[in-house]
Design a protein around this ligand. Sequence first.
Ligand code: ZN
Length: 64
Amino acid sequence: MPTYHYRCKNCDYDFTEHQSFDDAPITVCPKCGQEQVRKVFSAVPIEFKGHGFYRTDGASHSSK
Ligand SMILES: [Zn+2]
């Protein structure tokens, strides 16, 4: 099921919804209740560029 990204123009609330292609797009903000929600079309690549992921204390070697 695709995940759609929405943003409320009223309160800037960002959220994603799992919807099928047949589902009606969400228009009402679940946070503020205003009908200001717009679908965000942005291909958001999942980035793992290692910011702050380097913990090289080497104390625990928990290999599976
Ligand atoms: Zn809102």
